[in-house]
Each structure stands twice: as C-alpha cells, then as structure tokens.
Design a protein around this ligand. Sequence first.
Ligand SMILES: [Fe+2]
Length: 499
Amino acid sequence: MEGFITYNPLNPFDGPTTADDPPPAYSDDASQTAKLAIDNPAFPGSAVYRRQAKASKHEEKLKITGQGTVAVLAPPKGYVLLCVELANPTMSKGIFLLVTETDCQIWWATDGKDLNTFDNALVTEKNPNKATWHLKAYEATYWLSLDLPHGIIRYGIGLFTVQSVLFEIRLKEYTNPGVWSWKEGWEWLQELENVTVWTGGESELAITPLPIVNDIPPVIRSGDRVSLDDLANGQFTVPENLSVECQKLYHNVAGVDVVLDSPDFPDFSSAIEYSVNTPGAYGYGLLKSKQGELGDDFRGTYLRITIGTDLGNSPGVPYVLEIWPAGHFSPIHDHADAYAIIKVLHGAIECTYYDSLQEDPEPNPIFPNPTVLKKGDVTWLSPKIYQIHRLRNLSTEGKVCCTVQCYQYGSNDTRHYEAFRWFKLTKDGSKEVDDFKPNSDADFMSFKNNIKEEWKKVLAGNTANQSAVESRSFAVFKSMVAQSAPENLSGLKARLGIQ
Ligand SMILES: [Fe+2]
C-alpha cells in the first residue's frame, strides 16, 4: 500500500511572515489575529497556521480531528512536551511526547490517570540510534504526525519528510478488501483534537492538516509527461505541486529550446567538454584560476557562467550555466534560503540532499541513495526542503555535465542573505561553515563566443595547444569527435585516425 498519489505538506514555517494574510476561515477564535494562514503549495487551499509571537506554551486545535502534523520550532533549552488530547473532557485521553537532552519518551493516557508506554510490537524504530531522538544543541523542528487513514503516529526532527522519521507507531491494520481498521482499543485516537505544547524556551508552533505520508520528490516532470506508473511510484512531482517561486523558475528554463546545442552552435556541449578537459584551453584555464576557492582540490572547481543580470531578487545573477568536468564536485552547501530550479542540459550529475548545515553534528544525507539527474531532468529546492545539497559529476569517461541553475528569493524574504553557506573540511580535520558569494567566471554570451572560436580552431586542426591533444582528454576528445559525425569533421577525424 505504499506509493499513494499524495505528498507531505511542505514546511509550515516556510511561509509568509507579514500580517496581511487573512486568518484561517475555519475558526472565529479572536486569537486568530495572532496567527497566519499559510497556503500549502502541495495542497492548495489547505491552510496551515502558526503563531507570530513566540511563547513557551502553546494551545491549539488540530484542524482535522484526529489528523495532522504538529511541529514545534524549539530552542536548545530544556525540553519539548507535546500533548494531543481529546477535546472533552480535557485531560482524559491523549498522546504525550517528551523530548529532553538525554531522553525521548512517548506515552498514551486514558482517564487522565496513568501514562502508559506503547507495546514494543507496535513501535518501529526507523533510526535505532536513540541519541538522535533527543533535544538538539541548536534550534530545530520537532514534529508529531497523526496519520488518521493508516493509524500511524510518526515522530521526527528537522525536515517534514518520511526520511526524517525517527520512530513510528502503527495502530491500524490492513484488512481486505483494502480497508485500514483500528487495532482493538485504539479507536479513540480518531477523536484527538486539543494540542498543548510546553518548551524550555520560547518556541513556535505550526500545525498542518495533513500527516507525513509520502515525500514530495525532488525531481519535476511536467504534467504532459507524467504516466500512471510515475504517479504510482511517486518519483516525480509536477510543477503545480510546488511554490509559486519554483513554478515561475521552472517555466523559465523547462522549455524545449533551453538547450546547449542550439542550431547556431550544434557542437556547443562537445566544445565545452574539449575546453574544460584540455590543459591550455579556455575552459581549463578558467577552472585552474578557481582552484582554492572552495578547497584545495582541483576537482572541487566548477564554472559559473552567468546569464543576465542580478535584479536584486536572487543570490547573485539569477540564471547560471554551471559546468562540471568529470570527477568534479561541489562542497555541501545551501542556497541563501532561496528557491531554485536546476535543469541538466548535458551529461549527468549526482545530487545528494542533506538535513542540515551544522559543524556538529555534521550534515547527514536525507535519502539512503543520492539522486542521479540526467540530461533533461529538472530538480527543485526551497528554503526548507532540499535546500542543502552536494553535486558531483561521477563520469569516469571524461564526460562533462552542464546544468542551468536559477534562483529566486521567496516573496516573504525581507533580508536577502546573498551568500551560499558551505561546509568546509580542512586538511587538519577541522570543520567550519563558510560563506561563498555567488560569482561569475564569464558572461554567457562571451563564454559562448570564446568556446565557439576555440572550437573552430580545433575543427581546423589547429589547437591552441598542440600538446593538449596528448592530454588527459585525448581519448575523450577522440570519442567525442567520433560520435559527433558531421561531414565537416572529416579532416580532423582523419588526423585522429578515426574511420
Ligand atoms: Fe547548489
């Protein structure tokens, strides 16, 4: 029964901070003026809300009785105590979660009396390292998801993803034909309504109406290319499921004509590959000049070819052609809390997503396996979801990867950070998080012209650096020429001994 056509709510803290949103329509509670309605892009119309004022005690109600995700953004102080109880009578039955620096316990109580632990047979520890369940040494989000249709209680820290689940408790069973039924004695959970949270310092509370069920995938596919199998597998999301910022960026670069090898320069990608792989060539020189910018390793370099100009709404220039030679990689980094869309124009790139950008504990991958993006694939990130990643070109055949990145700050972002933060691991083993100001190695049109001129010389058999033909790229270059096949390469092919 895995693979529903549903996704998790995006992070409810990732919403407007101005007070001009209308209060949620479902309540006439006067205190609603202190809260914000935040539309969940994954489920238009499904408002979530949070308090504007921080407090160390919150009282709220689930929007849907017995269902939702209760999230607490809490400081590294003392404890988080989260209670979800029946509305009437209060303190009668409920679920109680306590997180401290050294412990994490969940109980259920009936008749306002004893706290009971859940039978071990009901609990699945998704992360058996219980130290990871405890209060963090930094501000973090602690959440409890109540999945009414499947009767699953899930606890997690950090991102609102299935990958972040630390344990789950299953209180329904699947019975034929296709019905989930409460195990005996747990029916009262469907009446849960009142939420109370206490924290050791000032915290924020957010409640989404939907539980954590499926992760919204990092890869986008336009609706006209999604099949029933894709929907069933949950491998892609359509852009309409994403925030308006991501949708806008997506439609700017997803078009079929946003390609490298355009009619005016059909060998552009081959020419880039030659240029970055060949010592003495233009692209290789640019890369060499960057060595040391993000660590000492030459493989830690990539080219940022900017397209257009910085309009003040993105970290650096909003559109960037990034060029990743084979074996090259980025550090683990974030994106100035901006939204972004990345489209692969040539080759393939491995993308690993991380849970945080802390020095201690170090960033952890949020999926067991990295995502490999191929030519034509598009991925997305937002301030809270998939914000931190590392890119690597894993090609062992010298194949370059070219991607176009586009960035935009959220409309609610009133303090543009203007730098990417990256995880720096020095030779002596020390760790720090440093700023990288998004820069430009060349403007796109001048880069394209330079590559074109260089390629003309290559085709004429007149390389700028003859020894380059003997370089590490020779085999790659040779196979590239063999594959490109236009008749005007015949002279070069003959010289390289290609039939
Ligand atoms: Fe990135």
